[in-house]
Ligand binder design. Structure first.
Ligand SMILES: Cc1cc2nc3c(=O)[nH]c(=O)nc-3n(C[C@H](O)[C@H](O)[C@H](O)COP(=O)(O)O)c2cc1C
Length: 435
């Protein structure tokens, strides 16, 4: 199964290792968080380990959970952060997150193409339709997921057309004839659709390295259709192996139905790991990261994810499918709600187990806790089972946990032939094997 297949690996540049009470540790380095130098240093470490790309999620609203006891510098614009990192790195890909729900496509096409130029072909776009934030963009409530995805589809189409409207070949730069650019090769797109009217062309030529890879996040039925049509990679919430196998198998099938090569879409879950020299220390790190989550907060989170209230049940009470709320009731994220519904239906867990699930205490990401060998086995298991094509590293617990990832875990993956020891290309397209 793993023959010839290599892992695709990215690093999330959000300070996940400071989550919960992690930032309060004396060695957390939290003071450095508000400076770009910190992110540049991390980018350089990731590039030294030959990671495929850096990644940063982004939200256009301030959630109350971001304030108070959690270490958070909010959401500085990730595309600007990557512009600074572009000048300090040479090979690593830079995957920025931009919402199709709140931005105009002309501005986004230009921002992304600019990052592509600044980084010499290393930009990537994580396309999100967003869950919250409508109040910052007018008086309208959040559009339904269907409307958001329909808009995202048209949005990406417009962005693509804008990139093609000013092809790189239009630049001639012929001193002798005095011809700088070939006018005929630059054309308007005259787009008129349900959501956008854009004449074009874009203000700048496309970078010579080729089109910018698309990442996507959101895995409801509509989200999967969207991903299988446009995405080169999906940032997946994958709390367990079964959900991973189901998602990857399904996305590959859908990609094939769209006439695409199933290998053209990489499934990359967030891997929230807690690494230490011993299992005891790693478990302690994991515990600390969740210590601030009282039962009250867990119940509130479960309510918000699934609309399920377990506060009147004993912790050892079994939660069964018939206790689940109506599946058609609106939820914040169908992806997260669906993951939890499936887990409850298949396992009939106790209330305590439900309240400890990654969908409830975090963002539903795959959590791996232990020594370097433990986490490597976990990665191997999911890779061999066909649940993943790689992962986006979300280092948890402490800076030491991240150091172990780069100094010990990554070399092990290289030793086992699961990851390359040198870059073989210079652009993100090349790292992702996009031809
Ligand atoms: C793993 C994951 C990461 C996401 N990251 C972001 C993000 O950084 N910013 C954002 O605005 N929305 C983010 N979203 C929300 C999605 O873009 C989408 O709006 C939401 O999941 C609803 O889609 P669904 O109906 O397919 O679940 C994320 C969703 C998932 C599952």
């Amino acid at each position: 199964m793993t023959e010839n297949r290599q892992l695709c690996i990215g690093l999330s540049l959000s300070a996940t290792w400071m989550k919960g009470d992690g930032w309060r540790r004396p060695d957390s380095g939290v003071e450095k968080m508000g400076s770009i130098d910190y992110y540049i240093d991390l980018a350089k470490i990731a590039e030294k380990a030959k990671l495929d790309f850096l990644f940063r999620a982004d939200y256009l609203y301030v959630s109350p959970q971001m304030l108070g006891d959690s270490a958070n510098f909010g959401s500085p614009d990730p595309t600007m952060i990557f512009a600074a990192i572009a000048r300090e790195t040479e090979r690593i890909g830079l995957v920025t997150t931009i919402s199709t729900t709140f931005n105009p496509p002309y501005v986004v096409a230009r921002q992304l193409q600019s990052l592509h130029w600044l980084s010499n072909g290393r930009a990537g776009w994580n396309i999100v339709t967003s869950i919250e934030g409508a109040e910052n963009f007018g008086d309208f409530p959040m559009p339904s997921p269907e409307v958001r995805y329909a808009k995202a589809m048209e949005f990406t189409d417009v962005v693509r057309k804008l990139w093609e409207s000013f092809p790189n070949e239009a630049i001639i730069m012929d001193r002798e004839s005095g011809m700088f650019s070939e006018r005929d090769k630059v054309s308007s797109i005259d787009h008129s659709g349900e959501f956008f009217s854009v004449k074009g062309p874009l203000t700048m030529p496309a970078h010579k390295s080729g089109s910018i890879p698309f990442f996507q996040a959101g895995a409801s039925d509509t989200g999967r259709n969207f991903a299988s049509t446009v995405a080169d990679a999906i940032f997946a919430a994958m709390p367990d192996l079964e959900s991973g196998v189901e998602l990857r198998t399904d996305l590959r099938k859908r990609a094939k139905e769209q006439g695409r090569n199933p290998d053209a879409i990489k499934v990359l879950p967030g891997l929230y790991f807690f690494l230490a020299d011993t299992r005891e220390e790693a478990n302690e790190l994991h515990k600390t990261a969740h210590a601030h989550l009282s039962m009250e907060r867990r119940h509130a989170s479960l309510q918000s994810v699934l609309g399920l209230d377990l506060s009147s049940f004993a912790l050892d009470h079994r939660v069964t499918a018939d206790m689940l709320p109506d599946p058609n009731q609106p939820v914040r994220s169908r992806t997260h709600a669906e993951l939890l519904r499936r887990y409850i239906t298949n396992n009939q867990p106790t209330a305590e187990e439900v309240l400890a699930r990654p969908e409830v205490v975090g963002s539903a990401h795959w959590v791996s806790v232990g020594t370097v060998d433990d986490v490597v086995s976990d990665i191997m298991e999911r890779f061999e089972a066909g649940a993943i094509d790689g992962f986006i590293a979300l280092p948890g617990g402490s800076e030491k946990s991240m150091e172990l990832f780069f100094e010990k875990l990554m070399p092990k993956l290289v030793e086992r032939g699961l990851f390359r020891s040198q870059y073989t290309g210079v652009t993100l397209r090349e790292h992702l094997g996009i031809t």
